[in-house]
Design a protein around this ligand. Structure first.
Ligand code: PLP
Length: 409
């Protein structure tokens, strides 16, 4: 008889967002006709910009014509897109990336989930707490997480790097040895951004411990203040120890189009393996299990990286950053303590004294009819906070913030 994968069975109960949807639906059932205002999920709401849409439309036209039709492309991505991504790093961040180190994907979530496959099963994994759930779940589902401790809200084989308020939600490198470290900045969910000095501590740790950092930079275009690295490769030596994941979802509005990339440098080392092994294994993994990102999406990606496209994306990010400002200031005016939301689309709000994340979530629905995301859903250290997302139409964001201000007294 077929046996279910025991590691999958170890995944702790339901994914956060279905649980939010369940509670919202239940509330709605009891309160028909009342409109819930959503500041929960990190899903984009504003349309794809004109230049990028035009280039995707042209690609569709080319696919309609037998002389210009193309089928499968390279699994690693179309060469012009790989080149355009490498050029972005050179032009905007002064970092040298070989286009062959760029692997195009159908989004950062897939890469964040799949990258662990090329590392040994017995790798010790460190994650930020709180964290985007995919890093934890992908490692639990592949046997590196151990068992979930309900009481502690932690997996017993993972090493957690808690983010505390006194450290501006920037964790420190682990005290013990680990092999893989997942970092995400600007951070989902806390909205924290890491300085070069603090990121250097992780790169130094990785060099010393011969560890690899998986750096999720999906929100890098939201960094507007000086002094924060947009890519981990701005830190000297990072190309020897870090894989970087990025996405077109949150800057070009490709959450539904689906396009992302990973940089897997040739120079990353693995124990007892020849140089270049990690790069070679990711190439092997992608060419074996992935058939390339949509060619229409890739045409959009090339357009997004052109001068015109970058300007359009900046406008889109500006829009969400303005939403974040409205949320931050509105919540502050309601007497809440808030963090993030400056170089990030996420505002991290502390629950009023004595309330836990889900309690505050329920209170916000009940009193203000606003849906947020409970911080505890991102890890034990997120308890006592909620994440408020700037993804929404301006008028809805304003309504939600006003409702909180008026009803949360
Ligand atoms: N990484 C982080 C930190 C995210 O917050 C998200 C989406 O919310 C993703 C990756 C997923 O991005 P994509 O849409 O490219 O799969």
């Amino acid at each position: 008889m077929a046996k279910a994968n025991e590691y999958f069975l170890r995944l702790s109960s339901g994914y956060l967002f279905p649980e939010i949807a369940r509670r919202a639906a239940l509330w709605q059932e009891k309160h028909p006709g009342v409109k819930l205002l959503k500041l929960g999920i990190g899903n984009t709401t504003e349309p794809i910009t004109p230049h990028i849409a035009k280039k995707m439309r042209e690609k569709i036209d080319a696919l309609e014509n037998r002389n210009t039709y193309t089928g499968y492309g390279d699994e690693q991505g179309d060469t012009p897109l790989r080149k355009a991504i490498a050029e972005l790093y050179g032009r905007e961040y002064g970092v040298s990336i070989d286009p062959l180190e760029v692997f195009v994907s159908d989004g950062a979530k897939s890469d964040a989930a799949n990258i662990q496959e090329i590392f040994s099963e017995d790798s010790v994994v460190a994650v930020q707490d709180p964290a985007y759930p995919v890093y934890v779940d992908s490692n639990v589902a592949s046997g590196r997480g151990g068992f979930y401790d309900e009481k502690k809200g932690l997996y017993d084989r993972l090493i957690y790097m808690p983010a505390s308020e006194k450290d501006n939600f920037i964790p420190h490198p682990p005290k013990e040895h680990v092999d893989l470290i997942y970092l995400c900045f600007p951070n989902n969910p806390t909205g924290a951004v890491i300085s070069k000095e603090r990121l250097r501590e992780f790169v130094e740790y990785a060099k010393r411990e011969k560890a690899v950092i998986i750096y999720d930079a999906a929100y890098s275009d939201y960094i507007r203040e000086e002094g924060y690295p947009h890519t981990i490769y701005e830190i000297e030596g990072a190309k020897d120890v870090a894989i970087e994941i990025n996405s077109f979802s949150k800057n070009a509005g490709f959450t539904g189009v689906r396009l992302g990339w990973s940089i897997v440098p040739f120079s990353i080392k693995a124990e007892s393996a020849p140089d270049g092994t990690i790069h070679r294994l990711w190439n092997r993994r992608q060419t074996t299990f992935f058939n390339g990102a949509s060619n229409i999406a890739q045409a959009g990606g090339i357009a997004a990286l052109s001068e015109e496209g970058r300007l359009e994306c900046k406008g889109l990010v500006d829009y969400y950053l303005e939403n974040a400002r409205i949320i931050r200031e509105g919540l502050e005016a309601s007497g809440l303590r808030v963090f993030g939301g400056v170089n990030s689309p996420y505002v991290w709000a502390k629950c009023p004294e004595g309330l836990r994340s889900w309690e505050f979530f329920d209170l916000l629905i009940d009193k203000a009819h606003v849906i947020v995301t409970p911080g505890s859903g991102f890890g034990a250290a997120g308890e006592g906070y909620v994440r408020v997302s700037a993804y929404g139409h301006r008028e809805d964001v304003i309504k939600a913030v006003e409702s909180i201000r008026e009803n949360l007294k």
